[in-house]
Design a protein around this ligand. Structure first.
Ligand SMILES: NC(=O)c1ccc[n+]([C@@H]2O[C@H](COP(=O)([O-])OP(=O)(O)OC[C@H]3O[C@@H](n4cnc5c(N)ncnc54)[C@H](OP(=O)(O)O)[C@@H]3O)[C@@H](O)[C@H]2O)c1
Length: 320
C-alpha cells in the first residue's frame, strides 16, 4: 500500500518484497508512520484490532525445533492469481511488482528471519546482491529484533547456507563483517574446480545431492547434524520445491495480496512435477489486513505440513 505515498516511495526504482534495495530504511520509516492495529483474525477464531508487530514473534519458532528434528519454515508473497514474480524477458530476469509489496508484509518477513539460527539462500541471490539488483537480507538489522535474539538465547546473526549448482557466485563481505557461519551446499556432480575454489577460501562445502542440485532431505539432515534447529528458507521456488517434495518443510507462511496481476510470463511457488500428499497443507491461522496494499487487502496465512511421512532411512540418519 505504502508504495503510493508521495515522497517516500515516489522515486523508488525497485521494490521487491524480500530483496528491496533499501528494505530496512523504508520499512522503519513506513512502519513508524503508518502501522496500526488493523489486523483481523479470521481463523481459528474471529478477533479484531490485532497488531502486526509481534504477530509472528509470538509463534516462538526458535523453540519449535529439536536437535533431532529442526523446524524448517518458508515465507512467500503471492498475488491472488498465483504469481510470486514476473519475468522481464528484455533483461532475462524476474522481479516482484512493486505494488504487491507492503511494509507490514516485510515486517513479518523480518520477524521470521529474527527467529532463525540458519538461513538458506542461493547462488542467484548472491549474484543479484553483488550486482546491486537486490538488497541485503543476510543479516537481522532491526535493533529491537537483534535485542529480541539476544534475550532469547540466539546468536546475534544466523548462519547462512548458500545453495548453488554452479558454485559460480561472489561472496558478500557482510557475512564476514557479522562473523556468520557460512556453508555452501551443492550436489556431488558440482564442478570440482569451483568446489576447490570455495574450499581454498575456507568455506565448508555440504555435498547434499546426487547430481548438481541440492536435495531437500540431504540438506536438512546435514544441517540437523550441525546442530541447527530453526531453519528459515529465504530462497526461491526451486529450493521450496525440493524441501516440500522431500517432506522437509514444517511450516509455510504465505501472504496473498488480493490483487490480480496477470503477466504472460511469471514465477509461481513451485517448479517441479505434480505433487502427491506431500503437497497437502493444514491452515493454522488466517489474518486479514484490509486496504493494504491500498485499494485492496491481503491475507497472512500460516500452514503446517505433515512430516510424519519422512523416510525411515532419514529418521535413522538423524538418530545416529
Ligand atoms: N514473492 C516471493 O515471496 C518470492 C520469494 C522468493 C523469490 N521470489 C522471486 O522469484 C523469482 C525467482 O526466484 P529465485 O531466483 O530466488 O529462485 P530460483 O529460480 O528458485 O533459484 C535460482 C538459483 O538458486 C540456486 N538453486 C535453486 N535451487 C537449487 C538447488 N536445488 N540446488 C542448487 N542450487 C539451487 C541456483 O543457483 P546457481 O545458479 O548458483 O546454481 C539457481 O540459479 C525472483 O524474481 C525472486 O525475486 C519471490
Amino acid at each position: 500500500m505504502l508504495l503510493y505515498w508521495p515522497g517516500i516511495y515516489a522515486n523508488s526504482d525497485t521494490s521487491s518484497r524480500l530483496y528491496n534495495r533499501d528494505p530496512y530504511l523504508k520499512t522503519t520509516i513506513l512502519y513508524t508512520l503508518f502501522m496500526q492495529n488493523n489486523l483481523i483474525c479470521l481463523y481459528p477464531q474471529f478477533c479484531e484490532n490485532i497488531s502486526i508487530e509481534g504477530l509472528y514473534l509470538a509463534h516462538q519458532i526458535h523453540k519449535l525445533g529439536t536437535k533431532e528434528m529442526p523446524f524448517v519454515y518458508a515465507n512467500f508473497l503471492s498475488s491472488l492469481d498465483g504469481r510470486i514474480a514476473l519475468e522481464d524477458s528484455s533483461q532475462c530476469s524476474s522481479y516482484i511488482p512493486k505494488h504487491l509489496t507492503t511494509a507490514s508484509d516485510f515486517r513479518l518477513f523480518m520477524e521470521l528471519q529474527a527467529q532463525a539460527d540458519c538461513l538458506i539462500t542461493h547462488g542467484g541471490y548472491m549474484r543479484a546482491l553483488n550486482e546491486g539488483r537486490l538488497g541485503n537480507i543476510l543479516q537481522i538489522r532491526d535493533k529491537d529484533l537483534i535485542a529480541w535474539r539476544r534475550d532469547n538465547g540466539l546468536k546475534p546473526q544466523p548462519a547462512v547456507v548458500i545453495a548453488s549448482a554452479s558454485l559460480n557466485f561472489p561472496f558478500h563481505k557482510s557475512l564476514l563483517e557479522h562473523q556468520q557461519a557460512v556453508y555452501i551446499a551443492t550436489g556431488q556432480d558440482a564442478d570440482p574446480e569451483r568446489t576447490q575454489y570455495w574450499k581454498d577460501k575456507g568455506h565448508p562445502i555440504l555435498v547434499v545431492g546426487e547430481d548438481q542440485m541440492v536435495h531437500g532431505a540431504a540438506l536438512i539432515s546435514k544441517l540437523t547434524s550441525l546442530g541447527y534447529k530453526g531453519i528459515y528458507l529465504i530462497a526461491g521456488p526451486q529450493m521450496l520445491d525440493t524441501v516440500i517434495r522431500e517432506k522437509q518443510l514444517s511450516r509455510l507462511y504465505l501472504t496473498i495480496t488480493h490483487q490480480l496481476i496477470g503477466g504472460k510470463d511469471f514465477r509461481t511457488l513451485l517448479t517441479g512435477s505434480m505433487l502427491g500428499p506431500e503437497g497437502n497443507l493444514m491452515l493454522e491461522t488466517l489474518y486479514y489486513e484490509p486496504n493494504s496494499p491500498i485499494g485492496s487487502g491481503q491475507f497472512f496465512m500460516q500452514f503446517d505440513l505433515n512430516q510424519s511421512t519422512k523416510s525411515a532411512e532419514q529418521e535413522l540418519e538423524v538418530n545416529h
